[in-house]
Design a protein around this ligand. Structure first.
Ligand code: SF4
Length: 696
């Protein structure tokens, strides 16, 4: 993001000001904006920071907002034009990267984005877009510094536990006591990732810091890339003026890397950096080199700086002439909102919530096409008045809201089906017996999908299969299902419970096909011979990109038997054996841990966690005795169980446990929260903690 123009009304020093930082008619803007050091421009920097603070965070900014008002009984309004980098800002559906907006603060100090109608006359040809930050870590990267800088010493937190961490990046512009990054602690962390863990992005960053600081500031960084570098000792040897020069550089480097978790070359990201009177922080003879350092380290950062006339003369011409290329539109045309035009005699098929291609819809499609109808599959949110019949399939009863909306819109023309609305309703036999229309899901490519058998003789109380399908019975043969394909996603509920399952397996081996047993194999029904047979079948994941076996473990019954049966497969470490691990139904926390430890003890096994959601008229979870008095010890145990893959799925379970813990014990289990955010979404941790606190 770059800032191009500002129109300011009712600011104390900048009333009715128009500031042009870049001309959006051209394709590039100046990288450096040198503003004369005075009260007015100091205020200008702070007003810019208010925009990027955003309405929600305004209360947390360490400043007295009334200082910025010329007339206290009128709103302060800042209209602005800015350029967005779509990939970073995660913007879609824009036709230009140059946008406009307005930010206003009312006399009672409430911030908001200006309504479109109040922007009339301010570059009407540009689209108005608000700034959406989420946690604010990645989009709209913005940093600002004042001219009096303090830093943390042993008190810094690198774990995003402050939900307002984004705006702390510019506190020093408002508060001379605000603290920047702890330099040695940060360098140690960067060094650890770069040198000891050999992580490429960190290595790049440390290398660039080391090189530019040494070549441009003549500061000795020669051992920074060494394994044994002791940053406490190194830092203590620097004279104070060198430390002062390095503090903001290191702080900027920390925040830029934080804001670029998936970027190899973080220092190249675009953004805005404000600096109020940096000259006062630097020995005059080093100012020019210091500016070159900022310029070289952060080549795509727009720099807006206030400087005294004397300091201006020290800024090298080579950087003043630098320009930043304005981003161009690289994505999506706007999604058409035009109504779907359907031919006469049209059927609309709506797949409300299937995770896999929906077999019932595929069969309906085949049926109606054979009768001369046009068939169109649409997402549930796309509606059209013109279809004559509409069929919607719902698997989960959590989707009932969507069904109600569809019902309201389509009325009598809508027919619903699937276990989310009824467990007894079936396709008419004539349609059920048809082949599925594969053209409905072209993403299936060369994979077949369907059932060889349906039903299950067991009676797991949470499961609808025994009621819906009865005992296991064959519904298709392999040739019919494959339709000359060599890969099949089998939806069978419990194929191993079918008395002639072994014959079906033998046929799969003979045909040399690849099979995805997507509903998992019942480990209780495995024998030595069956395991041998299943090892001869090419068992794959649903995408058929790797070998994968699937089992389920929903409780702690018969673990010894299951271990014995698992052993028949003779899996080796490095293979992929997924255990679907349902939680949140009737197991206790102790039983959950026992299950996880059991899976962990099996070679090649890992978990896929799945929260229990009751199906239509299904039993409610029975969790009143979930935690016993030993919850903390069990959480410690949980945290120590790691699988070699799919830990992201475990994060869902950690979250569920952590929220149950908050509900029951009215406190946060911080090590568990640390574990949730150990690898992913680190920047969301502070917000998560805040949400938990609100649950007390
Ligand atoms: S074994 Fe599986 S399919 Fe059979 S009743 Fe239990 S959960 Fe349902």
């Amino acid at each position: 993001m770059y800032l191009l123009q500002l129109h300011i009304n009712n600011a104390s020093q900048n009333n009715d000001s128009e500031i042009v930082l870049g001309d959006f008619i051209t394709d590039a803007i100046p990288k450096w904006h040198l503003l004369t050091l005075n009260k007015k421009n100091h205020e200008l920097l702070q007003l810019i920071a208010l925009i990027f603070c955003g309405p929600k965070y305004l209360d947390y900014l360490p400043c007295a907002l009334d200082d910025y008002f010329k007339c206290p009984d009128q709103s302060l309004i800042i209209k602005f034009v800015y350029a967005v980098h779509q990939h970073r800002e995660k913007l879609s559906n824009i036709s230009s990267t140059i946008l406009r907006n307005g930010f206003q603060i009312s006399p009672d100090f409430k911030g908001s984005y200006t309504h479109k109608k109040n922007l009339t006359g301010f570059y009407d040809q540009l689209e108005k877009r608000n700034l959406f930050y989420s946690t604010g870590n990645i989009p709209y990267f913005f940093l600002a510094y004042g001219n009096h800088l303090e830093h943390h010493t042993g008190t810094d937190n690198f774990d995003f536990i402050d939900p307002n961490f984004r705006i702390t990046r510019f506190y020093s512009l408002f508060d001379k006591n605000a603290k920047l990054t702890d330099p040695t602690e940060y360098l140690k962390r960067l060094h650890y990732r770069a040198i000891l863990k050999n992580r490429y992005p960190a290595k790049q960053a440390l290398e660039q810091l080391t090189t530019y600081i040494s070549t441009l500031l003549n500061i000795d960084t020669s051992c920074w890339m060494n394994k044994e570098c002791n940053f406490d000792r190194q830092w203590s040897r620097f004279p104070d003026y060198q430390k002062q020069l390095l503090h903001p550089v290191i702080d900027a480097s920390r925040h830029i890397i934080d804001a670029s978790p998936f970027v190899a070359d973080a220092f190249n990201i675009p953004g805005i950096l404000l600096f109020h009177s940096p000259y006062t922080l630097c020995p005059p003879n080093m100012f020019s080199s210091w500016m070159k350092l900022w310029d070289a380290l952060f080549p795509n950062m727009q720099m807006i700086v206030t400087l005294s006339p004397q300091a201006m003369t020290k800024v090298p011409d080579s950087i003043v002439s630098k320009r930043l290329k304005l981003p161009s539109v690289s994505i999506s045309k706007k999604k058409s909102k035009a109504p779907i035009i359907l031919p006469k005699k049209s059927i609309l098929l709506i797949d409300v919530d299937s995770r896999l291609p929906n077999l019932a819809l595929m069969k309906l499609s085949n049926y109606y096409k054979s009768k001369g109808w046009s068939v169109v599959k649409v997402r549930p949110e796309l509606k059209t008045k013109h279809a004559e019949k509409i069929f919607a399939s719902v698997i989960f009863n959590k989707s009932l809201n969507k069904i109600n909306r569809l019902n309201n819109y389509y009325g009598d023309r809508l027919t619903t089906g699937g276990s989310g609305v009824s467990i007894t309703k079936r396709l008419p036999k004539t349609i059920e017996n048809l082949q599925p229309d594969y053209s409905l899901y072209p993403e299936l490519e060369d994979r077949a999908i369907g059932f060889l058998t349906r039903g299950c003789p067991k009676k797991c109380e949470f499961c609808i299969v025994p009621v819906k399908e009865g005992k296991t019975h064959q519904v298709s043969d392999l040739d019919d299902l494959l339709q000359n394909r060599s890969k099949v996603i089998l939806l069978d509920d419990n194929i191993l419970s079918y008395p002639n399952a072994d014959q079906l397996f033998e046929e799969m081996v003979q045909k040399n096909i690849s099979v995805n047993f997507t509903q998992s194999l019942d480990l209780m029904l495995i024998t030595k011979e069956r395991a041998k047979m299943l090892r001869r079948i090419k068992c794959h994941n649903t995408k058929f990109t790797r070998n994968n076996y699937y089992f389920s473990l929903n409780n702690t019954d018969h673990l010894n038997l299951l271990r014995r049966n698992y052993g028949y497969f003779q899996f080796k470490p490095g293979e992929n054996v997924e255990f679907i691990y349902m939680y949140g139904y009737n197991t206790t926390f102790q039983e959950d841990i026992d299950r996880l430890k059991f899976i962990k003890s099996l070679p090649a096994a890992y978990v896929f966690t799945q929260e229990y959601k009751s199906c239509l008229n299904g039993p409610q979870p029975k969790l009143s005795n979930f935690f016993d008095h030993d919850a903390d010890r069990l959480i410690d145990e949980l945290i120590s169980i790691n699988f070699s893959q799919n830990m992201k799925s475990m994060e869902n379970y950690y979250r569920w446990i952590s929220q149950k813990y908050v509900h029951q014990f009215k406190k946060i289990h911080h090590p568990l929260v640390d574990t949730i955010f150990r690898y992913n979404y680190r920047d969301k941790k502070g917000q998560y903690i805040q949400k938990c606190l609100e649950m007390f």
